[in-house]
Design a protein around this ligand. Sequence first.
Ligand SMILES: Nc1nc2c(c(=O)[nH]1)N[C@H]1C(S)=C(S)[C@@H](COP(=O)(O)O)O[C@H]1N2
Ligand SMILES: [Mo]
Length: 208
Amino acid sequence: MADKPFIARGFHSRRPTAPQDRLPPGQYETRDFPVLSAGPTPRVPLATWHFTVRDSTGRSVKWTWEEFQKLPHETPTVDIHCVTKWSKFDTRWEGVSVDTLLKSAQDAGLAEGRFVVALCDGGYTTNLPIADVAGGKAWVAFGYDGAPLPAEHGGPARLLVPHLYFWKSAKWVRGLQLLDRDEPGFWEQLGYHDRGDPWREQRYQGDP
Ligand SMILES: Nc1nc2c(c(=O)[nH]1)N[C@H]1C(S)=C(S)[C@@H](COP(=O)(O)O)O[C@H]1N2
Ligand SMILES: [Mo]
């Protein structure tokens, strides 16, 4: 692993690591970018890609790729934390803030929900309280490290919710369903924690 200690003449030394206060409990730092997908990588041509926000009454707003690209872009640099225990520091993304999408939804008269389920090509889902995707904490990202987001990492676009375990950052995301009640997603139904805060080590159902 990247953070294996190395031995230098006559004394033990670890390569410089990022400050411990950036590493949530039980995590280790990696410099790699592992790929974790529950199924095959979907490929959707940008010409047919669109992104939809839908409310519980069925009202929706929809963007084509071209329209989506005209929304204001942000370039967050964030640390990410996978429940399989790797963390990666200072990952650089480009995307649209979920706040921008929720504002458009509100302007279009959609009912505000308290929860959201992210919907993806391939059928993956994950649930989040609105409070965890609003307020500058989440993006629909289409760029990584100065290039288009590679398909294996969720391109053309994925959710990015870096303050929660990375399974909440749904790859190949195509929409957000607004809900009044919480509805567990793919991993959450299989026993993973409903919220997944790495700082509280909320890995599995029953964790604090
Ligand atoms: N659509 C989809 N999104 C997904 C997954 C998946 O299997 N399908 N895996 C999740 C998990 S468990 C993790 S850790 C991250 C992995 O993202 P990466 O492959 O870019 O590292 O994506 C999350 N988003
Ligand atoms: Mo994961």
